[in-house]
Design a protein around this ligand. Structure first.
Ligand SMILES: [Zn+2]
Length: 430
């Protein structure tokens, strides 16, 4: 771990700590989604990339241990005057697909002309059209693409990113994609959580015999990604036109056998019964546009997060968005993510996802912030380190040049993030 000089964030107008209101450590649900733990005129001290003290300006530095540390290091302390701005935990973008080569401009135009998601896929567009570029690409070029996206994300306040493979769909190109994620993350101060999405779509060469492809995912991709520690999660796109529920279960079982956690794209285009998957304790079901009342009720009893990605609904020009209010009111833990990808959500901006959550899914600004920070951390099984500003957690912050946190989703289409700190290192905007 690199050694970071002590870091003091002072003169914070609103500090959104997101500290837990209850003693038990669980994802935020229901009314708790609105509890931002706001301190006014606040300061935060960090040492070695970790938060050590949080409080109002006069309290944060009073702790005797902190005073002793500061006395020894005073001249080495990097002090950041936040000038009355808003400081919150760095965003946790828990669903992104950054390993691709080209934007999908044909899809974009075809969709404007009225073609459906399925029609575009049938015409050779969609996910399959990104495969050739990734299969042919040099690993260094993919790494550069991922790193560019990570830096752009940091400039918009994101410090933790889940990054999926899934545009290669051969053993070799999926492993190459995961290696590109690994190499890019080594050059970025934030935290990257790699996910194997070999089960993104059935590639053309296996059309009509998807089971053969599932075997490659289960018997080759998953074991190798696990053995080489290239992935922490296995994801599957479970929907019509992608993988069947039984195939998704097979993939989850293989992931479990190899010690990897699971998550899935679920309910984007059609409803799938969730019951058979719950025994695998998925960290998250993502999209969730279509889900039954019974499944909403059973999900509310679990720690599986529903990760909503309204950027996809927006970019696909859909009238309907996931019903966040129904999920929240039933007690499901909800997170927000960008779903950054070339086909359906080409945005790296968490504030944009939050703005869409407010305007199209009727989430309050406070709920959107909780969903974009601590619940995103839960969706990656990182809540003990990420997503709130509390002593002992990683020093991940986004400083926004606004006076009130509600301005973060309010000013859409512009970037008000003025500084980002990840694991104690100033990452963007300095
Ligand atoms: Zn996705």
């Amino acid at each position: 771990m690199p050694s970071h000089p002590p870091l003091l964030l002072a003169n914070i107008g609103q500090l959104l700590t997101l500290r837990s209101a209850s003693a038990s450590s669980v994802p935020r649900r229901g009314a708790d989604l609105k509890q931002l733990g706001i301190l006014h005129d606040a300061a935060v001290l960090c040492l070695g990339g970790k938060i050590v003290s949080v409080g109002t300006s006069k309290d944060a530095l009073r702790d005797p241990w902190v005073r002793e540390k500061l006395k020894k290091n005073r001249k080495n302390v990097t002090e950041i005057d936040c000038s009355g701005k808003v400081v919150l935990p760095g965003f946790v973008d828990s669903h992104t697909h950054p390993v691709f080569v080209e934007p999908r401009l044909v899809d974009f135009e075809k969709r404007i002309e009225g073609a459906s998601y399925e029609e575009i896929a049938a015409a050779g567009g969609g996910i399959r059209s990104s495969l050739e570029g990734v299969r042919k690409a040099a690993k260094a070029d993919l790494t550069a693409k991922v790193l560019t996206a990570l830096r752009d994300m940091a400039a918009h306040g994101t410090t933790t990113v889940e990054a999926k493979s899934g545009y290669g769909l051969t053993l070799e190109s999926e492993l190459k994609s995961l290696e590109a994620i690994q190499q890019a993350s080594a050059r970025w101060p934030g935290t990257v959580v790699p996910t194997l999405l070999g089960a993104h779509v059935v590639p053309k060469e296996f059309q009509g015999c998807s089971q053969k492809y599932v075997e490659i995912v289960c018997k080759e991709m998953i074991p190798q990604a696990a053995r080489r520690k290239l992935a922490r999660f296995v994801d599957a796109f479970c929907d019509k036109g992608a993988f069947a529920p039984e195939e998704t279960e097979q993939i989850f079982a293989a992931a479990e056998r190899h010690g990897l956690n699971v998550r899935a794209h679920m309910g984007q285009l059609s409803e799938t019964a969730l019951g058979p998957f719950l025994r695998f304790h998925p960290a998250s079901f993502d999209h969730m546009d279509h889900v039954s009342d019974a499944d909403v009720a059973s999900l509310a009893k679990t720690d599986t997060v529903a990760t909503l990605v309204p950027g996809a609904n927006y970019f696909l020009g859909m009238q309907d968005y996931p019903n966040a209010r129904r999920l929240i009111d039933a007690g499901v833990a909800v997170a927000l993510a960008t779903d950054y990808n070339p086909g359906t959500s080409p945005t790296i901006s968490m504030p944009m996802a939050m703005s869409l959550a407010c305007t199209h899914m009727k989430m309050s600004p406070a709920e959107a912030i909780t969903a974009a920070t601590i619940n995103g951390a839960w969706a990656l099984k990182l809540a003990e380190r990420k997503g709130s500003i509390e002593p002992g957690k990683d020093a991940d912050f986004a400083v926004f040049d606004v006076a009130d946190y509600r301005e973060i989703p309010y000013w859409f289409g512009t970037n008000r993030c003025s500084l980002t700190i990840a694991n104690g290192a100033v990452t963007a905007g300095a």
